[in-house]
Design a protein around this ligand. Structure first.
Ligand code: GDP
Ligand code: GDP
Length: 437
């Protein structure tokens, strides 16, 4: 299930990072085991009551001069409007309203996006209540006073935010697979999209509906419908080439969040890079299906060994996703682009494949017989049984006598056995270990 996205916008120094850090708390320091993913403090998962969402700080390096500041604010707001389900518009109750606040409020009002107006630095609610009223003038609703430093008012603000989340019914009813095309600038994402959508076997229809859908495209291929996510940005004629890194990361997170399957485009003339690994890590973390698209295959000198060499290089750098499918294409010549749909279909199937418990436990019994489970101080791990609890990605629970005895390497061994038996190419698998007394 896609988590809602909440983006913080606001002028420099209103307290965006302070609020972000406060909301994220200790959670950010949880170290995940995906190599290549550095935990930038620009997006994070937040849980409030029984709601989880992705929080984004659109701030970043903020310009000093006034005209540059206004331009920056517009970009920030556009970004947030495009990507977020709810925009958290942060203002400063100490300095009061300024011109830039009005401008951002105008943009937000026109976008019809859901907005929570928040007045920060109200450290003393009684003394400063008058300071808050002024913010009604923005015409975007009731201002929520908070103190990020004093941690006051934040609960009420969060209640309002989660109250505005879209009902998830809509997306559950939509059975169409959702595909995101991601990758560094200039690897050929737009060229691939444009070429794919230009294929005469492809039927394209824009999706009417909510603001978010306006950036997606429905595509029919051989009678089957898919939704390509955030294609508007890619299809735009005069897109800003050097989108700042922060925005391209946030854009990727947002696209991946809403996707079932991710196509990571890399540039064959450049080879696989650390930056690619970082992007792949975002998709892996979120359990999405994965296809590595090696583009510009026309532009490299090839011999009989090229595919093998490229595949090895990619497998090495992306060692944390050995399951990824790899396809070599050229957006320029159209070479093998239709094959992308075949691969996509395979990955979609595998991403939502269910294995019956009986069959799964036959494999488990065989695997355990072939390699004894680990033991510690004379006590041996016993695996009672295993069951698949969900799909997208396929998720398994293994019931054991003692969690402490279960090694990472043994889980990996079982994963390999399951993959040998059922394939599951293109999709990550998740495992949970539970004790049964
Ligand atoms: P950003 O530029 O919007 O990310 O703002 P920062 O988070 O860097 O905060 C700017 C300044 O405002 C810092 O000096 C913070 O300590 C201060 N600040 C942030 N939140 C509060 C608050 O709730 N009350 C007060 N008094 N100061 C705050
Ligand atoms: P994006 O930033 O990832 O969307 O990349 P673009 O689609 O804008 O492509 C960047 C550059 O690479 C453009 O100059 C394209 O013409 C070029 N390009 C894209 N795909 C191919 C390809 O398959 N072969 C070659 N030789 N060039 C390509």
């Amino acid at each position: 299930m896609a988590k809602p996205i909440v983006a913080i916008v606001g002028r420099p120094n209103v307290g965006k990072s302070t609020l972000f850090n406060m909301m994220v708390g200790e959670r950010i320091s949880i170290v995940k085991d995906t190599p290549g993913v550095t935990r930038d403090r620009i997006y994070a998962d937040v849980t409030w009551l029984n709601h989880s969402f992705t929080l984004m700080d659109t701030g970043g390096i903020e310009p000093e001069t006034n005209d540059l500041m206004l331009k920056h604010m517009r970009e920030q707001a556009e970004m947030a409007i495009e990507m977020a389900d709810v925009v958290l518009f942060l203002t400063d109750g100490k300095t009061g309203l300024v011109d830039a606040d009005y401008q951002v409020a105008d943009m937000l009002r026109k976008s019809h996006k859901k907005v929570v107006l928040v007045v920060n630095k109200i450290d003393n609610f009684e003394k400063q209540s008058m300071d808050v009223y002024e913010f009604y003038n923005l015409g975007i609703g009731e201002p929520f006073p908070i103190s990020s430093i004093g941690k006051i008012g934040v609960g009420e603000m969060l209640d309002e935010i989660v109250h505005l989340f879209p009902e998830d019914l809509e997306e559950e009813e939509d059975e169409r697979p959702r595909v995101a095309i991601v990758g560094k600038p200039n690897v050929g994402k737009s060229s691939i999209i444009n070429k794919l959508l230009g294929e005469n076997r492809v039927i394209v229809s824009d999706i009417a509906g909510t603001t978010r859908d306006a950036v997606d495209t429905a595509v029919t291929w051989e009678g089957k419908e898919y939704v390509f996510i955030d294609t508007a940005g890619l299809r735009r004629k005069n897109k800003i080439k050097e989108e700042i890194e922060r925005y391209s990361i946030l854009r990727t997170v947002s696209a991946v969040e809403r996707a079932d399957v991710v196509m990571l485009v890399i540039d064959a003339t450049e080879g696989i890079t650390e930056q690619d690994a970082k992007i792949a890590g975002i998709a892996h973390d979120r359990g999405r299906g994965m296809i590595i698209v090696v583009n510009k295959w026309d532009a490299v000198e090839k011999d009989n060994n090229s595919v093998k060499k490229y595949t090895n290089d990619i497998r090495k750098v992306l060692s944390f996703l050995p399951y990824a499918e790899i396809v070599f294409v050229s957006a320029k010549t159209g070479q093998r682009l239709p094959k992308l749909f075949d691969t996509l279909e395979v990955v979609i199937q595998n991403h939502s494949l269910r294995i019956a418990t009986g069959v799964l436990n036959d494999i488990l019994a065989e695997a355990v017989a072939m390699q004894q489970p680990p033991s510690d101080k004379g006590r041996r791990l016993k695996i009672y049984y295993m069951t698949q609890v969900s799909v997208k990605p396929p998720t398994f629970v293994i019931f054991v006598n003692s969690k402490k005895l279960m090694h990472f390497s043994y889980t990996r061994y079982l994963e390999n056995k399951i993959r040998e038996a059922f394939g599951f190419s293109g999709t990550p698998l998740k495992f949970f270990v539970r004790e049964r007394k």
